[in-house]
Every structure is written in C-alpha cells, then in structure tokens.
Design a binder for this molecule. Structure first.
Ligand code: PEP
Length: 259
C-alpha cells in the first residue's frame, strides 16, 4: 500500500519569531530545490504557537505546512493558557500533534488524548497522535500492551467519515528514544509499526491501511535512510534534527523514492 510520506518537524519550545522565520525560509528554499520529491512527500513544521501567525504570513498555503504542538479539547471558554483547534486553523495550521510524550509526562492521560484527537477532527485539523512506551515498560516486556491501550483510548473518538479516518496520523515514539540520541533498532520499529498497523486495520477496516504511521525518536540524517525504508514506516516526527534546515532537509532526502 502506497501512502504519501509525511515528515514533521516538532520545534518544541524553541524559536523566537525572527529565528523561526529564518529556519522556515531555509527549509522552504530547500523544498523549492526538491520539487519532484514533494510529489511523494508532505512536509510539516510545528513551531511554537507564538511564531505561527508570522510563519503563516510568510508561508501562505504552499508546500511547507504548519502544525500546532498541542490543542485544547474544548472549543472555547474559560481555559486560561489553552489554544483551541479553530485558533490553530486561524493561524494557518493543517495539523496538530496530540499526546506527545512530553505532554503525557505532565499528566495528559489516554482519555484526554482521545478527546483532544476528537477536538482536532472536529475543528478541521489532522491529528498526529503520539504513542509509545517508556524504557521501563519496554524492559518489562509491556511495550505492546502500553501502545495497545493508547490506541484503544483513541478508537471511540475516530470519526465515522472515511476521509477523516484515513487522514489520521499515528506517531510511534518510544519515550526512551526521544531527545536521547538513541533511536529504536530497526527490528523494534518494524515490529511495533506492524503491530500498530494490525490494530488499526482491525479497528478501522480498510481505512486503517491508509493511516500513516510515523516513527519518532532521535531520527537524524545518519539513521534516516535506514529507518524511513522500513516496512510500515510512512515518515518521521523529528525533534532536535528539525531545528537545523540542512539536517531536516537531509532527512527529507532520505525518504525512499518509491513512496
Ligand atoms: C520528538 O520530540 O517528537 C522527537 C522525536 O524528538 P527527537 O527527534 O529530538 O528525539
């Protein structure tokens, strides 16, 4: 099954407006030199929310798309410090990361992640839902059970509309690989992505075949070619290496041509 590759940069809490625009300019310039590659690869950056408006003005609705790093499950109202999906749409976002492990670590549980995913769909954003086990869970042999539970909490919130179901993006991000420089081994990635694909097709039928499953966790130019060529790896969610245009572009260059 061919799925369009998706490369997502998660800038986390890095970048004031000016350097964010410079970084986006560098990426955009590089994408301009790779027009043929863009036919089979979609590229999204998720900058800090404070830079979204300026980046939207700069990028318009061109090849480099914008995503949020988080959203509220609510539509509006008394939720100090939160941003809803409509606000993200308003500043040009197409995507939103949901349930990143750094948010789960500050208390966001599976139920909340499920409701946030529903809010993203409701507000016209494509959710990139992060799942993944901790080192302790992997060492206890519980990685699949943890991921199964994370996916199970999402399923009641996946819309019935087939186009929405198919647009869902899941990112497998083993917590122990995020920001550590230590990526998961190819066999571990193949096993977990295969497991996720089986869960998704069992629950969503044919639409589950279309869901893109990204790998995230210390993905960088040095390992991207190997990881992005693995079965059921439809792209990557990238943190550290997304903060340097040359590294991010080198990862885009590593997407296999057959996507
Ligand atoms: C992430 O934060 O989603 C991530 C994968 O980070 P890094 O690439 O730095 O491991």
């Amino acid at each position: 099954m061919r799925r369009r590759a998706l490369i997502v940069g998660n800038w986390k809490m890095n970048g004031l407006i000016e350097p964010a625009c410079d970084l986006a300019d560098g990426i955009l310039f590089g994408l301009g030199q790779r027009a043929d590659r863009m036919l089979h690869c979609e590229v999204v950056i998720c900058p800090p929310a404070t830079a979204l408006h300026a980046l939207h003005q700069r990028l318009g609705s061109g090849t480099l798309k914008l995503g949020g790093q988080n959203l509220s499950e609510h539509e509006s109202g008394p939720h100090t410090g939160e941003l809803c999906g409509i606000m993200l749409r308003n500043v040009g976002c197409w995507y939103v990361i949901v349930g990143h492990s750094e948010r789960r670590a500050s208390g966001e549980g599976n139920e909340v992640v499920g409701r946030k995913m529903a809010a993203a769909f409701r507000d016209g954003l494509t959710p990139i839902v992060c799942v993944g086990e901790s080192l302790d869970e992997r060492e206890r042999g519980a990685a699949e059970a943890v991921v199964r539970e994370q996916i199970a909490a999402l399923l009641p919130h996946v819309p019935d509309a087939r186009n929405k179901r198919e647009s869902l993006v899941v990112a497998y991000e083993p917590v122990w690989a995020i920001g550590t420089g230590r990526n998961a081994e190819p066999e571990q990635i193949v096993a977990m992505h295969g497991f996720l694909r089986a869960l998704l097709t069992e629950a969503l039928g044919a639409a589950g075949e279309k869901v893109r499953i990204l790998y995230g966790g210390s993905l960088k130019p040095a390992n991207a070619r190997t990881i992005l060529a693995l079965g059921d790896v439809d792209g990557g969610l990238i943190g550290g290496a997304a903060l340097k245009a040359t590294d991010f572009l080198a990862i885009i260059d590593a997407v296999p041509d057959e996507f």
